[in-house]
Design a protein around this ligand. Structure first.
Ligand code: ADP
Ligand code: MG
Length: 765
């Protein structure tokens, strides 16, 4: 076997080959381990595919300015600072041994240290060590941090009067404490109880030339990467950057764009995002506003919005079977089934939908509207228009309960029309299912209401013209692709009750047109929301009793957290029994959860709709869509476990009639700032858009929409909330190039993103 002589290092150099570039302390085994650790970060399946570019895309989580480390005399209570210290002594002691046998499970490890010029009393750095191997870890640190060892540590220093000095608690010692040099008199005996780590054997062979990377300058701090701690990642990135020629860091953005936007070159950005130069503001780095970060954030957004725009352009070129005719006759027929007058907002979005349906390109529209804004009737109007054109329609709901509700109300609305409405869900008996499927194939069913089963199980339509997807955020955005794979290219209307902040609409839903219902139907009384603690249960009971006496109905909702589903379900069931037997023995209390058989669910739900059940104890299966106007109280147990948008959805189950409604968020967790702040927002506003913005800020887009399944590539460094201005700019620039599809520069961009598997665009012609 002849090992190929490495050429110059480039962005495409495999990480597994790094060892051939003579990087200090990076042999073949460690190169391989590094590639594996990076593969996990980049979703690359094969670590052989991991390249230098992936390593350089592993951005620091923060920076430390070590050009002028603080001194002990500069400390004051609560200050954040990094200090360079020399160990004077260590102490690891057990603080709790819950089982009372064997080795203790929880230790405190303390390091006392003094700064070089000895400007004050020695300070204490400490952290908890716990777990099965706690004892070994304490031994490991004791051996590593011997007297005389120099280290750097960073964090929030607090004055401790009892010991008359400053203390710093570390959350993660591996990330927050960095050993610079072992003590001069230390022996080279390796310690065998040590934590396994690639660096430990080499740690005793300090390389003074490397030490300069870590002190006396601004340094990046990385999240631990597999077995590589921040210091090792820093050394490797530093070595790679110094081997890498500027020309090897190819510029990906055209010069005129960089000129318009004032972005620095990619080569400069890549270098400076890892090692901030000495003359720039560290505050900018902390706030992700340095030139280097802004350039990388822009690039991140640019390619994603470009890819979405490209997809969208592709769709606009498609043609559907036939554009619809929506004339006066059709409109009159629709008008005759309407139970009420549409609001101004409903009329506006209806006009937008009609315009799409009358065009030759398939509609791909997102209908947004707060809970209770009346999206269902708009869907029915669109379905009527399609059916009047002899086309079939389908409506997909996220749950069976919701599908049943829609089917009930649409059957009622269309009772006097010739149109046949049927339901198709996964729980139908095989014979029934076949029956419905045959009727669909023959075109005998005009509106088919169902769950995912509608498109998942080989369903064929004779002439499918419109698909409505209700409460979209439960679905992901791939359904359209699934339909098209079946050779269908119908109009698609996606409805969502999670109002989508503009920044998200631009990215996640960037390939949809958007209509917004920004008005509630008349005659609604706002819902009063209260955050209650455990000690206020009596008040809750009084409210329930009063409302039920007045003829109204109540929901009590329990969270079902996936990881502990069984226990949660038991919890909900117990509470139900307790409410039924002990608290409200004279009222009819019902139970509803996702694990019940569809027939049972249906029975409970219809009893609640009919007003026979007064108090419905439920899991979040009622979160979306359920419409029982007589219900006026929503109690949410463990409210702190829900996201804001979810709470808003739950709250939207009440306030649907003219009566005043209440939403009570029960929580035992009124202590933590986060819970209090989050739940407080619910009490303050009923506006779904404000709540969604806040949710996005607090939890990020993945949580809000489940973007993990949405097929949207994740951003590497861009944060759509923090960097919204850059996002807007990037989108504008992407559109600029997309508008000139024939230009050479645009062609290059298209080739570039098609070649990037992140975007899944390879098949676009
Ligand atoms: P959502 O947008 O949350 O899906 P729904 O479509 O369930 O809202 O509508 C909420 C309630 O408002 C329903 O009871 C519906 O019948 C009623 N509604 C919708 N539009 C109007 C209107 N224009 N006038 C009066 N009531 C309406
Ligand atoms: Mg709805």
């Amino acid at each position: 076997m002849i090992a190929a002589m490495p050429g110059a290092i480039s962005l495409n150099t495999p990480i597994e080959d790094l060892h051939s570039f003579k990087i200090a302390r990076l042999g073949q085994i460690l190169s391989h381990k590094l590639a594996k650790a990076l593969a996990a970060q980049t979703h690359k399946k094969n670590s052989a595919e991991v390249t230098v570019e992936d390593l350089l895309n592993y951005f620091p989580m923060r920076y430390e300015d070590r050009s002028r480390p603080a001194l002990i005399k500069d400390l004051h209570d609560g200050v954040e600072a990094s200090l360079e210290l020399t160990v004077t002594k260590t102490n690891g002691y057990a603080v709790r041994n819950p089982r009372g046998y064997g080795r203790a499970q929880l230790y405190i490890f303390e390091v006392s240290g003094i700064d070089g010029p000895m400007t004050g009393k020695e300070v204490i750095v400490w952290w908890f060590v716990s777990g099965r191997r706690a004892y070994d870890i304490v031994k490991y640190y004791t051996a590593k941090l011997t007297r005389g060892t120099r280290f750097i540590t960073f964090g929030r220093w607090e004055w401790e009067a009892r010991r008359n000095t400053f203390k710093l608690r570390l959350n993660n010692a591996a990330d927050e404490l960095e050993i610079l040099l072992p003590p001069p008199e230390s022996t080279d005996e390796p310690t065998h109880d040590a934590e396994p780590g690639p660096e430990q054997a080499e740690e005793n062979v300090p390389d003074p030339s490397l030490a300069a990377i870590h002190v006396g300058r601004r340094v990046p701090v990385y999240r631990k990467l597999g077995e590589f701690n921040s210091k090792r990642v820093r050394e490797i990135v530093h070595a790679v950057l110094s081997l890498l020629n500027d020309k090897a860091i190819e510029e990906t953005l055209p010069a005129d764009l960089r000129h318009r936007t004032g972005l620095i070159s990619r080569a400069q950005a890549v270098r400076e995002i890892h090692f901030p130069p000495p003359d720039v503001s560290m505050l900018d780095y902390e706030q992700s506003k340095s030139l280097a970060q802004m350039r990388m954030i822009f690039e991140d957004f640019f390619w994603v919005t470009f890819a979405i725009g490209l997809k969208r352009g592709q769709r606009e070129k498609e043609v559907k079977a036939a554009p619809l005719r929506i004339d006066k006759n059709v409109k009159d027929h629709i008008g005759s089934v309407m139970p009420f007058k549409l609001t101004r907002a409903q009329r506006k979005v209806t006009a937008e939908i009609f315009r799409d349906m009358q065009s030759t390109a398939p509609m791909n529209r997102l209908l947004q509207g707060d809970v209770g804004s009346g999206k269902t009737i708009v869907a029915v109007v669109a379905m009527m228009a399609a059916m009047e054109n002899d086309l079939q329609t389908a409506l997909m709901a996220p749950t069976e309960i919701l599908a049943e509700q829609h089917s009930r109300s649409i059957k009622r609305l269309l009772a006097k029309t010739p149109y046949r409405v049927e339901m198709l869900t996964g729980s139908l008996r095989a014979a029934e299912k076949r029956h419905v499927q045959n009727a669909l194939k023959e075109g005998a069913i005009h509106a088919c209401i169902g769950t995912q089963a509608l498109i998942q199980e080989a369903v064929a339509f004779e002439k499918l013209g419109l698909v409505v997807i209700d409460e979209q955020h439960r679905f992901g955005v791939m359904q359209r692709a699934e339909l098209r794979a079946r050779g269908l290219n119908p109009d698609v209307l996606v409805m969502t009750a999670t109002p989508i902040p503009r920044s998200l609409a631009m990215t996640v839903y960037g390939d949809l047109d958007v209509s917004i219902i920004d008005e509630l139907p008349p005659g609604r009384t706002p819902i009063e929301t209260m955050v209650f603690g455990e000690d206020q249960r009596q008040e809750v009971k009084r409210l329930i009793t009063r409302e039920v006496k007045a003829g109204r109905q109540v929901y009590v909702v329990y969270p079902l957290v996936e990881e502990s589903e069984k226990m949660d379900l038991k919890d909900a069931t117990h509470r139900y029994e307790y409410l039924r037997d002990t608290v409200f023995p004279r009222l009819s209390v019902g139970l509803l959860h996702g694990k019940m058989k569809p027939a049972e669910k249906e029975k409970v739900m219809s009893a609640f709709v009919a007003g026979e059940i007064k108090i419905l104890v439920s899991t979040t299966v009622i979160e979306v869509g359920v419409d029982v106007p007589n219900a006026s109280v929503m109690i949410v147990e463990h409210a702190e476990r829900f996201g804001l948008s979810q709470l808003h959805q739950l709250r939207g189950r009440v306030g649907r009639g003219a009566e005043k409604s209440y939403c009570i968020l029960l929580t035992s967790d009124t202590k933590t700032v986060n819970a209090e702040e989050r739940l407080g927002i619910m009490a303050k506003t009923n506006d779904g858009f404000i709540i969604a913005e806040k949710d996005l800020e607090l939890r990020g887009p993945g949580e809000l929409l489940g973007t993990k399944q949405s097929g949207l590539p994740e951003f590497r460094i861009g944060n759509i909330v923090r960097d919204q201005a850059i996002l807007e700019k990037a989108k504008q620039e992407a559109e600029f190039y997309l508008a000139k599809p024939k230009a050479v520069v645009t062609g290059k961009m298209i080739a570039r993103i098609k070649a990037d598997p992140r975007f899944g665009l390879a098949q676009i012609g």
